[in-house]
Ligand binder design. Structure first.
Ligand SMILES: [Zn+2]
Length: 344
């Protein structure tokens, strides 16, 4: 019986030694030390032994059991340690590897141009005003001297939501809303940047959604020469100190008189090139003295107050400034295009 136990012990210890994972050790434990294991079986036969042999065999059986148990425990510890070491090895950081570059984004060229224009007017004492893009017919048209059936409405084929609500076709409603808030008291001095919407067939120079920046000044004794001064400062700061400006008569329903402003071509200096269409001048924006009707509708006494307003397209400014040939580039999110404006 002792020989049998001796054999079982050696067999078990060998299997423990050869076990390569914790699962194999668990199997050894169950098969040798379990209730149905061979050692238990051997001990069941103790009854057949003489009273002298029993304690000897019993003690030896315990010795075998202890030997297997402690061999199991140390092998378990060894394997667990190996697992930890393996993990440490795998997860170690090689500090000599080159780092992954952090890719830095940049402002969208339109955002950059708008912020540049905003900063410029802020230094001249303007504040930035914003308003809703979903606008009422009243603020978008009527308060700006464009009553229903006014022919100039046709120039702004619009996205109507109901008969009285539409996507604003210009940022001018912000002017009307701001004037209203002043309750007939000046001065008003704002620029209003934002998106506007007009039904249009998109092409290289047209988009159904685009940006506008408008400016408005209302105060006593504001004159056309003040407008000219502000626009000239803008043109020089934006396109170069040696820019000249010229004002041409034009028509807008909400200003009287109305003008278009051209700047001398920054590419050819006035000699004529493809950018200025060989005229030496580039059209930049529309402006004029605020129509008395617009002032009155917003609660200002047009005998006491005068004002000027101007409006420009940031897309056009950016296209000219950066030589961009297609307005659609601004809205198609092509990174190859956008990444070119890292320093813009
Ligand atoms: Zn030119």
């Amino acid at each position: 019986m002792q020989d049998r136990l001796q054999a079982l012990k050696e067999e078990a210890l060998l299997k423990i030694e050869q076990a390569s994972d914790l699962k194999a050790l668990q199997d050894v434990k169950v098969s040798y030390l379990g209730k149905k294991g061979p050692i238990t079986e051997v001990l069941k036969g103790m009854g057949k032994l003489s009273p002298e042999e029993r304690p000897v065999v019993g003690a030896y059986a315990n010795e075998v059991r202890d030997a297997i148990t402690s061999a199991l425990e140390s092998k378990v510890a060894e394997l667990e340690q190996a697992v930890i070491e393996e993990k440490l090895k795998k997860e170690s950081i090689d500090v000599t590897l080159p780092g992954r570059p952090v890719r830095q984004g940049n402002a969208h060229p339109l955002t950059a141009v708008i912020e540049e224009i905003e900063d410029l007017f802020l230094t001249m004492g303007f504040t930035v005003a914003e308003g809703p893009e979903v606008e009422t017919d009243y603020y978008n048209f009527e308060a700006l001297n464009l009553p229903k059936d006014h022919p100039a409405r046709d120039m702004q084929d619009s996205f109507f939501i109901t008969e009285d609500i539409l996507l604003r076709t210009q940022t001018s409603p912000v002017q009307a809303r701001t004037m209203e808030k002043h309750h007939g008291r000046g001065p008003v001095k704002i620029i209003s940047p934002g998106k506007v919407y007009r039904r249009d067939d998109d092409d290289a120079t047209h988009s159904h959604q685009f940006m506008q920046i408008e400016g408005l000044v209302v105060e006593e004794n504001v004159r056309l020469s003040d407008l000219k001064g502000v626009l000239e400062t803008f043109a020089k700061k934006m396109f170069g100190e040696d820019r000249k400006i010229r004002l041409r008569p034009s028509f807008f329903p909400f200003t009287e008189p109305s003008v278009e402003m051209d700047i001398s071509c920054f590419k050819c200096g006035g000699k004529g090139c493809s950018i200025c269409k060989h005229t030496g001048w580039i059209e930049i924006l529309g402006a004029g003295m605020v129509h008395p009707n617009v002032l009155e509708m917003a609660g200002f006494d047009s005998k006491k107050y005068t004002g000027f307003a101007f409006g420009m397209g940031p897309e056009r400014i950016a296209m000219l400034k950066y030589g961009i040939d297609d307005i659609r580039h601004f809205y198609t999110n092509d990174l190859r295009f956008l990444k070119q404006f890292k320093k813009a």
